[in-house]
Design a protein around this ligand. Structure first.
Ligand SMILES: [Zn+2]
Length: 349
C-alpha cells in the first residue's frame, strides 16, 4: 500500500467538494463515496466525527442519538447552535440538518433512539465501520459485542476533562475492548463528566484520530492504522501510545463468543444520564406514542410544549421530555425510583 501514502489527484471529479482539499490518496475518494459509517451517539465526539466524515465525502452516514440539544451542550458540541437548543431539536435531526448544508451529497440516515440490545445489530448492518460517540462504558461493551459478533471494525473514543483516549478495534485481528478492559472502570475510580466536565479541544483531538482511522480503513489502508491505545491530555501536555499486543486468552467476547450485552434480559429500563441531573426511562415494551394526544392529556397537569419529534412537560421541579418511541428523559432528579414513578404517573407503564 506504499503508493497510497502519496497524494494522487486522479479522481477529484468523483466528489464536488474534492477541490477543497479533502483528498484521500489513490482510489480512496471513490471508496469513501461507496461507504456507510455508523456513528453511535451524536454529542461532542459524534457530531465532530459526523462533520469531518461528511466533509471528507463519505457516502452514507447513519447517526443515532437519544437526546436533544440544550444550550449547555454548545461549549463543546460544535455542530449545534443556539437555534437548535431553543427548538430542542433531537441531536440526530439537528446534526442531519447541518450536514445537509455542509455536503448535500451525503445520504444521512438519522435515528432518534436509545442504542441498546434491541437495535444495535440492525444499526451496524451494512456499515463498514462504527464510530464510538457515546459517553458510557455499558454502551461501548454493547458496540463491542455486536461488532465482534458481526466482524465490523469499530473505533473506541472517550474524553473527560482535558484527557482523551482512543483505540481501533478490528475483531479477531487484534484485541477487542474486553481484552483490554475486562470490566468497566469502577464508578468513582476515575473522573467522570459529572465531576470534571470536558473541554472542547480534547474532543477535537480524539475525534480527529478516530476519523483518520476510519478514513484509512475505508480507503483500504489498514496498514496505516495506529495499532495502539492512544491517550492524550492536552492540559498536562501528555501524549502516549501504548501497544495493545495480542488478544487476551479466554476473552469472554472475542475468544469465547459470549455476547452478554446483546441478550434481552440485560435490558435497563432506567439509566442516569451523565452530568445532567436527569434519568432516561424506557418503556417496558417497544412502543410508539401519539405525542399530540399525550400533550392534550398532560395539559391538565402542567405546562406542555414541544416540536415534531418530542414533547416537553413541566410539572413542579421536574421536566419530562417524551419521544415518539415512548422514552422519556426526566430532568430534575438523578434518582431512578423517582424517575420511574414520574414516568408511570404521566406517561404509562
Ligand atoms: Zn476480546
Amino acid at each position: 500500500m506504499s503508493d497510497t501514502r502519496v497524494l494522487v489527484f486522479t479522481d477529484l471529479h468523483l466528489h464536488p467538494h474534492a477541490q477543497y482539499g479533502q483528498i484521500v490518496p489513490g482510489q480512496g475518494q471513490s471508496r469513501l463515496l461507496d461507504s456507510r459509517v455508523l456513528i453511535v451517539g451524536c454529542g461532542a465526539l459524534g457530531s465532530a466525527q459526523a462533520e469531518a466524515l461528511a466533509r471528507a465525502g463519505v457516502g452514507r452516514l447513519r447517526i443515532v442519538d437519544r437526546d436533544f440539544v440544550e444550550s449547555s451542550n454548545l461549549q463543546r458540541q460544535t455542530m449545534f447552535t443556539e437555534s437548535d437548543a431553543q427548538q430542542r431539536l433531537p441531536k440526530a435531526i439537528a446534526c442531519a440538518n447541518h450536514l445537509g448544508e455542509i455536503n448535500s451529497e451525503v445520504v444521512i440516515e438519522a435515528e432518534i433512539a436509545d442504542v441498546n440490545y434491541s437495535n444495535i445489530e440492525r444499526l451496524i448492518d451494512e456499515c463498514d465501520v462504527v464510530l464510538d460517540g457515546t459517553d458510557n462504558f455499558s454502551t461501548r461493551y454493547l458496540i463491542n459485542d455486536a461488532c465482534v459478533k458481526h466482524n465490523v471494525t469499530w473505533i473506541y473514543g472517550a474524553a473527560v476533562g482535558s484527557y482523551g483516549v482512543t483505540m481501533t478495534i478490528r475483531p479477531h485481528k487484534g484485541p477487542c475492548l474486553r481484552c483490554i478492559f475486562p470490566e468497566a472502570p469502577a464508578a468513582g475510580s476515575a473522573a467522570t463528566c459529572d465531576t470534571a466536565g470536558v473541554i472542547m479541544p480534547i474532543i477535537s483531538v480524539v475525534a480527529a484520530v478516530q476519523v483518520t482511522e476510519a478514513l484509512k480503513l475505508l480507503a483500504g489502508d489498514a496498514e496505516g492504522l495506529h495499532k495502539s491505545l492512544m491517550q492524550f491530555d492536552v492540559w498536562r501536555n501528555e501524549w502516549r501510545r501504548i501497544g495493545i499486543g495480542e488478544r487476551a486468552p479466554k476473552c469472554l467476547t472475542c475468544d469465547l463468543g459470549r455476547f452478554e450485552t446483546l441478550a434481552a434480559d440485560n435490558r435497563e429500563f432506567a439509566a442516569v444520564l451523565c452530568g445532567r441531573n436527569a434519568v432516561q426511562v424506557s418503556p417496558s415494551q417497544p412502543a410508539r406514542v401519539d405525542l399530540a394526544a399525550l400533550g392534550e392529556k398532560l395539559q391538565l397537569a402542567g405546562e406542555v410544549n414541544g416540536n415534531d419529534y418530542l414533547l416537553r412537560f413541566r410539572t413542579g421541579d421536574y421536566e419530562l421530555t417524551v419521544f415518539q418511541d415512548a422514552r422519556s428523559i426526566i430532568r430534575g432528579t438523578d434518582d431512578l425510583a423517582t424517575a420511574r414513578s414520574l414516568y408511570a404517573k404521566y406517561i404509562g407503564n
